[in-house]
Design a protein around this ligand. Structure first.
Ligand code: HEC
Ligand code: HEC
Ligand code: HEC
Ligand code: HEC
Ligand code: HEC
Ligand code: HEC
Length: 334
């Protein structure tokens, strides 16, 4: 297996470092850029496959199932741990209590509403749907394996480079495009997973928007508008300080007043600072530093899995509540 070889190579490098100096080993381990779980030596076959399905002791009745899986569907399989049942697996199915009191409201990707039910606050799982903002029109039924490589990938969170199968592909390389501050614990622990997968543990530099636009391909370039307007749809990967811009970088830098607040969905106008990309980032700290060069991207406004509000938005847009325009005002201050 190619991936196994890569892990082995890393371990050899670690061992070499240990003979040189113990401190060097520590730095290397902390910033290890490979996938964190379900990859290489952490790809535990028996978590997902049953070798000889029998009448006893197997997770879902009615088998054996395709590819010797322990569940009849991929979503059922993944959610058998990721719905809160395994306390060390990030919970990605509503309702989620895992991240409460962690300092963050959500994990980085948020959560789904259910399987085989349509929801307007999350990506639907197992429902045949038209992909919005895509040409030509395409129908798709999403599963975890539509976006994640089940046997691990070199990308952040084992994401598939080419989720729409169009052949081009976008990489999201840990330590290059995306940074995390604290990696998960090995072996996994509930506390380690809460710290590693919560929203504020991730910083972004590039490519997440391009990755989303693999499927939502009408957003793959920011179509230009007629001056003085710049764009025909809300852009992504554009900095606050674009020349002649319609944003207010000094308001963004100050971080107070219109748009800024301590909680989303309370009765007071203002939400915590939205997520952004920093194109010059080289590590977690520089990816999270507030600058006038910070860029708006899909995750400024959306959660990748979904969440509490319509259109998987991070706030109640189009609802007549105090926070309805807060994220817009953080950047635009109109
Ligand atoms: C037996 C339980 C179990 C099953 C089944 C399972 N997972 Fe996981 N998964 C975990 C645990 C535990 C972690 C966190 C481990 C850690 O990072 O310390 C995890 C982590 C992950 C991560 C984050 C990995 C990273 O490198 O950042 C992804 C993505 C993921 N799982 C997707 C899936 C998908 C997709 C499926 C179904 C094909 C699945 N999981 C099935 C237990 C499970
Ligand atoms: C996190 C869950 C998970 C783990 C762990 C896992 N698999 Fe799989 N495996 C799947 C799923 C889901 C499929 C079905 C194919 C798909 O959806 O991509 C699959 C399909 C397969 C297939 C048939 C399709 C193919 O890609 O060739 C083989 C062979 C396979 N797995 C071997 C393994 C081996 C060997 C291990 C351990 C080293 C392993 N798997 C660990 C989830 C998993
Ligand atoms: C594998 C293809 C695929 C990828 C990758 C993908 N999407 Fe989607 N998306 C879909 C499909 C299919 C739908 C329509 C079904 C639904 O609403 O869940 C959809 C719907 C949506 C919706 C509307 C949800 C609603 O309930 O109204 C939003 C918002 C969205 N996607 C944002 C994103 C963002 C942001 C990313 C990147 C983090 C992304 N998508 C990545 C396939 C994809
Ligand atoms: C539309 C694409 C898409 C689908 C479908 C999807 N994921 Fe994800 N997932 C992502 C993205 C993108 C991230 C990384 C988000 C980030 O770090 O900003 C992610 C992150 C994760 C994580 C890390 C925790 C977190 O919230 O960041 C886990 C675990 C995970 N996904 C599991 C699953 C499981 C299990 C399923 C199926 C029930 C699934 N995903 C379906 C796109 C998807
Ligand atoms: C994280 C920052 C950020 C957020 C949040 C944000 N925007 Fe923007 N917006 C930008 C940037 C950067 C541009 C590009 C600058 C420009 O066009 O001059 C832009 C451009 C625009 C434009 C002008 C497009 C043009 O043709 O010039 C409009 C209108 C707009 N945004 C409205 C909104 C609305 C409404 C919201 C809330 C739903 C919102 N924005 C949320 C950063 C943001
Ligand atoms: C400035 C905030 C903002 C940014 C940036 C943004 N979106 Fe959206 N998006 C929204 C809002 C708000 C809606 C709901 C629009 C409405 O209902 O009128 C939405 C709706 C959607 C929909 C559903 C459209 C439909 O017809 O149902 C998809 C898909 C989507 N966005 C994908 C993306 C992707 C992919 C990116 C990054 C390339 C992105 N968005 C960037 C705010 C944003």
């Amino acid at each position: 297996m190619g991936r196994g070889y890569k892990v082995e190579e890393r371990m050899i490098r670690l061992l070499t470092m240990v003979t040189a100096t113990g401190t060097a080993l520590l730095t290397l381990t902390v910033s290890s850029p490979a996938g964190d779980w379900h990859i290489g030596s952490s790809l535990v076959c028996s978590e997902c496959h049953v070798i000889h399905y029998g009448p006893e002791g197997d997770p879902e009745p009615g088998g054996p199932f395709t590819y010797l899986l322990s569940y009849s569907t991929t979503n059922g399989l993944c959610l058998s741990c990721h719905d809160g049942r395994d306390p060390a697996a990030p919970d990605v199915l509503s309702s989620v209590t895992m991240y409460q009191h962690s300092g963050d409201e959500y994990s980085a990707a948020g959560y789904f509403s259910g399987t085989e039910t349509g929801s307007d606050s999350a990506h639907n799982l197992g429902v045949m749907d038209l992909v919005p903002l895509r040409a030509p029109p395409t129908n798709m039924a999403l599963s975890c394996a539509s976006c994640h490589q089940v046997h691990g990938s070199p990308n952040h969170r084992n994401l598939i480079s080419d989720p729409d199968g169009s052949g081009s592909g976008t990489s999201l390389t840990p330590g290059v495009d995306v940074f995390q501050d604290t990696p998960p614990a090995v072996p996994p622990t509930p506390e380690g997973s809460i710290t590693a997968y919560r929203q504020s543990n991730v910083g972004y530099r590039s490519n997440l928007s391009a990755w989303c636009a693999e499927c939502h391909n009408l957003l793959s370039s920011n179509e230009p508008g007629v001056p003085p307007a710049h764009f025909r749809r809300h852009p992504s990967e554009v900095s606050q300080d674009v020349s002649g811009g319609h944003t207010d970088p000094s308001h963004w830098l100050a971080g107070e007043g219109w748009g800024f607040g301590s909680a989303t969905g309370d009765e007071v106008e203002g939400v915590p600072r939205v997520r952004f990309q920093e194109p010059a980032a080289v590590d977690y700290a520089s990816a999270r530093a507030v600058e006038s060069t910070n860029q708006v991207f899909c995750a400024s406004c959306h959660l990748a899995h979904g969440g509490r509000y319509r259109s998987a938005a991070i706030w109640p847009y189009k609802e007549a509540v105090a926070d309805m325009y807060s994220p817009c005002q953080q950047c635009h201050n109109q």
